[in-house]
Design a protein around this ligand. Structure first.
Ligand code: PNS
Length: 165
């Protein structure tokens, strides 16, 4: 049984995250989406809301489950029985940060592998931060996030999309 963890903040989940989940779920027997419980970081959605959103959006994959974790990723991976961590690389600038984390995780647990995958090219510029910024300014998000996430996001921000001019 090859199990991989896909960790992150997912605040909120985007179609880029879902694209990576779909790719990872084809390569591994089981993929665990793991939302970091991080009290030091302010988030737009609390962990339970992110769990709900991700569970809704990933229900079509039988080998995907969504959990949350706190503490070190390597410890969570061990508890989960995962052999690998999946991370997305969109652009070269992601690589530096990702490589540093991957090296450090390897230092902490030399048996845990990190697997990098690219999302579809149309999501190469997509991030949760930009999604929040665009929504808060009344921009349209089109096919960048699931419709269910978009309605929660607009409700949270109290902003309706602007009519096209
Ligand atoms: O979506 P993000 O915010 O880029 O995800 C970062 C995440 C959750 C993968 C990273 O912060 C993490 O693994 N945190 C857990 C604590 C930990 O293990 N830190 C050492 C990493 S080398």
């Amino acid at each position: 049984m090859k199990r991989v963890i896909y960790p992150g903040s997912f605040d909120p989940p985007t179609n880029g995250h879902l694209d990576l989940i779909s790719r990872g779920a084809k390569l591994f027997d089981e993929l665990v989406v793991a939302i970091l419980r991080n009290s030091a970081k302010t988030s737009l959605f609390d962990v339970n809301e992110r769990l709900e959103m991700l569970r809704e959006c990933t229900s079509q994959w039988e080998n995907v489950r969504v959990e949350s974790f706190e503490g070190l990723l390597v410890d969570y991976a061990r508890r989960c029985g995962a052999q690998a961590v999946l991370r997305g690389i969109r652009v070269v600038s992601d690589y530096e940060y990702e490589l540093q984390m991957a090296w450090m995780n390897r230092k902490l647990d030399s048996t845990l592998e990190t697997v990098f995958m690219m999302p579809a090219g149309e999501y190469a510029y997509l991030s949760s931060r930009l999604v929040c910024e665009i929504a808060s300014l009344g921009g349209t998000l089109g096919d960048l996030i699931p419709a269910s996430v978009e309605s929660r996001l607009r409700a949270r921000l109290g902003v309706a999309p602007q009519a096209p001019r």
